[in-house]
Design a protein around this ligand. Structure first.
Ligand SMILES: Cc1ncc(COP(=O)(O)O)c(C=O)c1O
Length: 342
């Protein structure tokens, strides 16, 4: 259902507002100073998070960006490179953080949907450390934001992880939306994380909590990440008030299937009304990429129509218009969006 003022917001799954149960949990959370590891709610959240992805330890961080960056900081040295697909969030959207904080560059491979193959890994590694900088870390993104929430199949991850290990690489999974990927693939999140060293996931996206992400991995590496989190100014105090809604979000993670159903409903409605606007096979989770040219209406006019209908979307990027479903939109909002476009 749209927000109380009638606005339906399809810009991102980060726009969700905490549920009444989350707000109650925030008010009642048991807290302590988390820099002393004294916050019982944070400690519980970290234990539960590590368990869900099958890792030894976890550290609660303010954002997915910090989770990814701590993974890069702990697993590279300045001057080295990080292997990822050309569309990865860690390279394209995190504001040069990896070069500024870790002194690394990216070695990208063209892997649509983030589907890095063993051949991609072998090819990238052929000259690394000899004529080109050493590559130390490989990063996956699953589900893959820029490609419209597509998922990387588990068998491909396993094959390419094996290739990466042969070359001595560490592996990080940017699992900002790992539970969307797990549901779409029909595998546990722990299976997607089994072959990687570290995994980051977000409570504040489709899971619906107001703030926070977590980095999970081996205990020694997470201890170092905790130290570096403080260095970055991310040592938080009575932060159980944020861990409490994140615990609810984690427990309710299977509700993401509703967002996937709604994305399909949206994609089918758009494809029926504007043939060629959506590749239905490419809609795998909660993101629908629309070819804006196929709508037959220039975007500024679309923006005007949507504004009158109290619908929010982001402007298209490189011809692609990204619409995202989440717990604060429903079928009536989709119907409204398609009607406004028509
Ligand atoms: C795949 C992916 N990784 C990381 C992030 C960063 O998360 P945050 O916005 O919490 O820093 C995002 C945010 O949209 C994302 O989509």
């Amino acid at each position: 259902m749209a927000f109380a003022d009638g606005t339906a917001d399809f810009r991102s799954d980060t726009v969700t507002r905490p549920t009444p149960a989350m707000r109650k949990a925030m008010a009642e959370a048991e807290v302590g100073d988390d820099v002393y590891s004294d916050d019982p709610t944070v400690n519980l959240l970290e234990e539960e998070s590590a368990e869900v992805v099958g890792k030894e330890a976890a550290v609660f961080v303010p954002s997915g960006t910090m989770g990814n960056q701590l993974a890069v900081m702990t697993q590279t040295r300045p001057g080295e490179e990080v292997l990822c697909d050309g569309g990865a969030h860690v390279r394209n959207v995190e504001r040069g953080a990896a070069s500024a904080l870790s002194g690394v560059a990216f070695r990208t491979v063209e892997a649509p949907g983030g589907r890095i193959t063993p051949g991609d890994v072998d090819e990238a590694m052929a000259l690394a450390g000899r004529f080109f900088p050493a590559i130390r870390l490989m990063v996956w993104e699953n589900s893959h934001n820029l490609s419209g929430g597509k998922v990387v199949p588990l068998d491909l991850m396993e094959a390419s992880n094996a290739a990466a290990r042969r070359h001595g690489l560490s592996i990080h999974l940017d699992g900002a939306r790992i539970f969307n990927a797990a549901l779409a693939l029909g595998v546990p999140a722990a299976a997607l994380a089994a072959g990687v060293d570290t995994v980051q996931f977000c409570f504040s996206k489709g899971l619906g909590a107001p703030v926070g992400s977590v980095l999970c991995g081996p205990a020694d590496l997470i201890a170092e990440a905790r130290f570096l989190r403080k260095r970055l100014g991310g040592g938080m105090r009575q932060v159980g008030v944020l861990a409490a809604p994140a615990r609810i979000a984690l427990a309710e993670r299977d509700r993401l299937v509703e967002d996937h159903d709604l994305a399909r409903y949206l994609a089918e409605a758009l494809a029926a009304r504007f043939p060629g606007s959506v590749d239905l096979d490419g809609v795998e989770t909660n993101i629908v990429n629309v070819d804006v040219a196929a709508l037959g209406v220039p975007y500024p006019e679309i923006a005007d129509r949507l504004a009158s209908a109290r619908i929010l979307t982001n402007a298209p990027f490189a011809g692609t218009w990204r619409l995202v479903t989440h717990r604060d939109v429903d079928r009536s909002d989709v119907d409204r969006l398609v009607a406004a476009l028509s």
